[in-house]
Design a protein around this ligand. Structure first.
Ligand SMILES: Cc1cc2nc3c(=O)[nH]c(=O)nc-3n(C[C@H](O)[C@H](O)[C@H](O)COP(=O)(O)OP(=O)(O)OC[C@H]3O[C@@H](n4cnc5c(N)ncnc54)[C@H](O)[C@@H]3O)c2cc1C
Ligand code: SF4
Length: 477
């Protein structure tokens, strides 16, 4: 039922995030911590939007969602129209609503952020799409004109899925290849279920397959199919294969053991929970251990919160700058703190301490922040502040570097000195091989889901432009 939008609701109603499950439940369960909004709650919060003439939130959102427009529709209870509008700019709005760092993006830019509390944009985006799916919404492709082209997409992460979505909506036939048994990339194998449940990606797979996307899973390019073979199977290719090389640390004592690799730990947990049988990712159970995680980004927060749920004896996060300088979302840090993670800020790891080859502690020194010419404060060691923190399992979560497979070169995709795929100057997303496009972490370096989606959607438009020009030649071949 349509309700009338109250334009002055921001004066009478404060920001209310969706309820979270009680701490006791959250600390033990691998399921999303936020309960869904009711229809009434979502409409009440959506009505707080001021509908600014020049909305900063839209500008700060990397996919430039039509935020005030779909908030208004949600406020009026017109959920199917709101979902349709969400999908005009975003291929995975239910995912972004859950895991975008809104406090650094759209909500940070909301006019109400200062003094009133930003509109809960992410939670409403999630509500709109979840509710629309419940009501049976599916993309309407009845008007789409079929094109005679076939595109191969390597990687079913957010970049690959966004490219597949845009191409399918433009009538292009798409096959997505991924080495894993589920779609989602890091959304399924990396980001834990307490932020994003696997069922969300399984539902999206159904929607994409319903729209005509063909998935070939458990299929590794370079092993099961060679890249040059793939070139002959399609009119154009898109790559979104991410970055998977961990940034390595070098500390005295590392060779004696006690180190748990971050992504293996997270993937092993998903593999175990869903019995997926992905080789090379055993379940690493840290129950009863004194877990220490080094780093301050999303991966570090996911590791500490996973260790809490596995019932570690203690969980501590060591970060060399202060809380304000942490690279991840402040919201995730605050969840970790509430769930029982201790933080040692301004602390630089020095060496690992072992007794009889068993890790027992980490030696650290305290730091102070000093100005640097990079614009970001630099940590400087404070002499005489050394101390040992107890630790029996140590996780390094310093981020990921590009990991381009060697066969990229053989199909003419050039990378720069750091290993990132180099973009050709011609069309957005076009690599040095004009028939091959790329986006996501393998082009930008480790970044965000929403930026991978934004770049891949643009690359998909470039593929269409490329094929339109190329079509007469394709017909002759
Ligand atoms: C632990 C962790 C937590 C994160 N949390 C957040 C968060 O809360 N919010 C946020 O916005 N971002 C987060 N990120 C970052 C985000 O997940 C990435 O930026 C995003 O997933 C990049 O998308 P992508 O499609 O480029 O790559 P990926 O998601 O890495 O997908 C790449 C896909 O390619 C497949 N692939 C690779 N090689 C091959 C091959 N040879 N053949 C076939 N398939 C192949 C992989 O199996 C994978 O499915 C997090 C990252 C990590 C590691
Ligand atoms: S996609 Fe992300 S940044 Fe954009 S409106 Fe949604 S939550 Fe905000």
């Amino acid at each position: 039922m349509t309700r009338k939008f109250d334009h002055f609701a921001f004066l009478s109603r404060s920001r209310e995030d969706p309820d979270v499950f009680p701490l006791k439940v959250r600390r033990s369960e691998f399921r999303e911590i936020y309960k869904p909004y009711s229809q009434e709650e979502a409409a009440d919060q959506a009505e707080r939007c001021l509908d600014c003439g020049n909305p900063y939130c839209e500008w700060k959102c990397p996919v430039h969602n039509y935020i005030p427009n779909w908030l208004k529709l949600a406020g009026e209870g017109r959920i199917l129209e709101a979902a349709e509008l969400c999908h005009e700019t975003n291929s995975l709005p239910e995912v972004c609503g859950r895991i975008c760092p809104q406090d650094r993006l759209c909500e940070q830019a909301c006019t109400l952020e200062t003094g009133f509390g930003a509109v809960t944009i992410g939670a409403i985006e999630r509500y709109i799409v979840d509710e629309a799916f419940k009501q049976g919404w599916r993309p309407d492709l009845s008007h789409v004109r079929t094109r005679p082209w076939s595109v191969g997409i390597v990687g079913a992460g957010p970049a690959g899925l966004a490219c597949a979505d845009v191409l399918t909506r433009n009538g292009v036939s798409v096959t997505v290849y991924d080495r894993y048994p589920e779609i989602g990339g890091l959304l399924s194998f990396g980001i834990p279920d307490f932020k994003l449940e696997l069922s969300v990606m399984r539902r999206r797979r159904e929607v994409l397959e319903g729209a005509g996307v063909h998935f070939r899973l458990n299929c590794e390019i370079g092993t099961d199919i060679q890249a040059h073979e793939l070139e002959h199977m399609h009119d154009a290719l898109f790559f979104g294969i991410g970055t998977y090389q961990p940034v390595e640390a070098s500390l005295p004592g590392m060779e004696k053991g006690g180190i748990v690799p971050a992504l293996e730990f997270l993937i092993g947990q998903t593999n175990h929970m869903y019995q997926l049988d992905i080789p090379g990712f055993p379940h690493i159970n840290l129950a009863g251990e004194h877990v220490m995680v080094l780093g301050g980004g999303d991966t570090a927060m996911d590791c500490v919160r996973t260790a809490i749920r596995q019932k570690a004896a203690s969980v501590q996060c060591v970060y060399r700058r202060n809380r304000e300088n942490m690279p991840g979302s402040p919201r995730e840090v605050s969840h970790a703190m509430k769930e029982g993670v201790k933080f040692e800020f301004n602390a630089q790891p020095l060496s690992l301490i072992h007794q009889n080859r068993k890790l027992t502690g980490l030696e650290i020194a305290k730091t102070r922040l000093v100005a640097s010419n990079t614009g970001r404060a630099r940590p400087e060691l404070i002499e005489g502040s050394e101390q040992v923190l107890p630790a029996t399992a140590l996780i390094f979560a310093f981020g990921y570097r590009p990991s381009p497979p060697s066969w990229l070169e053989t199909i003419g995709i050039a990378t720069d000195e750091s290993g990132l795929v180099r973009m050709d100057d011609h069309l957005p997303g076009q690599t040095s091989n004009p028939a091959i496009f790329a986006a996501g972490d393998m082009v930008r370096g480790s970044d965000l889901v929403v930026t991978a989606i934004a770049d891949a959607r643009e690359a998909a438009q470039s593929i269409i432009q490329y094929l339109e020009v190329k079509e007469p030649q394709l017909r002759r071949a």
